[in-house]
Design a protein around this ligand. Structure first.
Ligand code: GUN
Length: 289
């Protein structure tokens, strides 16, 4: 079997076009959705991600600002930047790119963001809403995976979804979003004993462990859907996922590539969350749908 390769770039374009209609409807009422992205320090990968996020907002006609802050900024200074954005009526979404330099407490920083502007869905109020019901802001990467699955026509209800990775950004919210759709969910880590026993039982396997080519073909059930959330550089400097594409594509039914799979969806869902934040803050959400 050779897997159907899920084209995240094309699906992300469709999603962006859908959300552009909602952004345009708000703009017709005099509200331009606005997003602020904060990056602290000079991590080259983070800089690329942030530039892509700002570019996506510009392409959809959203307002965006991009604050590049020095690596040695104090926590008090960073918190005061966030407070200014919390109070800026042109800004509906605030994103602080992670990871932060070690001297900054990421939890304190996230909790300082107004939860109604927390388009990453990382604030405890939004994490709680995700656990107990519906959050307005599902975290962008797992949200993008859900939309990819839905738009590809992959059945979720009653299926066994296995997630490898338990991060706050991907693994945990991914598990909850799948659970809300009535999947049977298993969360594994890179340390799970006999990991392949679990992954081989997955109808939907999500790899979010941050290790190049970690999931190999022998760990996959024939016909399974394999979603690769990893972004790693191999020893040749080439971008590779957590999934060994060559061996898994011979076994899986559906597979996302890296690049061009989940990555473009993460950015599309950030745009979606920013437009939704603007709808909620302006009170126009319900009329628009
Ligand atoms: N770093 C890696 N992924 C993300 C993300 O989705 N949001 C933020 N803020 N930082 C990240």
């Amino acid at each position: 079997m050779t897997a159907h390769i899920i084209d995240g770039k094309t699906i992300a374009q469709q999603v962006r076009a859908e959300w552009k209609l909602r952004a345009d409807a708000l703009k017709a009422r005099g509200i331009t959705p606005g997003m602020a992205v904060i990056i602290v320090g000079n991590d080259p990968a983070s800089k690329v991600y942030v530039a892509n996020k700002v570019k996506a907002c510009a392409e959809l006609g959203l307002y965006s600002i991009h604050r590049e802050l020095p690596a040695d900024i104090t926590e008090a200074q960073l918190l005061s930047e966030i407070e200014a954005l919390n109070n800026d009526p042109k800004i509906h979404g605030i994103l602080v790119q992670l990871p932060l330099p070690k001297h900054l407490d990421a939890n304190q920083v996230i909790e300082a963001i107004n939860p109604d502007k927390d388009v990453d869905g990382f604030h405890q109020k939004n994490v709680g809403a995700l656990v107990t019901g519906e959050t307005p802001f599902p975290s962008c990467t797992p949200y993008g995976v859900m939309v990819l699955l839905e738009k590809t026509g992959i059945a979720i209800e009653g299926r066994h979804a296995v997630i490898v990775g338990r991060s706050n950004i991907v693994g945990k919210p991914m598990a909850l979003l799948l659970l809300h759709k009535n999947a049977t969910v298993t969360i594994c880590t890179s340390k799970t004993v006999d990991l392949a026993k679990h992954t081989r039982d997955a109808d939907i396997l999500v790899a979010a462990v941050g290790r190049a080519n970690f999931i190999t073909g022998d760990m996959v059930k024939p016909g399974a859907t394999v979603i690769d959330v990893g972004i790693n550089r191999n020893s040749d400097g080439k971008l590779v996922g957590d999934v060994d594409f060559a061996s898994v594509k011979e076994v899986a039914g559906y597979l996302t590539p890296v690049p061009g799979g989940v990555g473009p969806m993460t950015i599309a869902m950030l745009v979606a969350n920013t437009v939704r934040a603007a709808e909620r803050l302006s009170g126009f959400g319900k009329q628009i749908g």
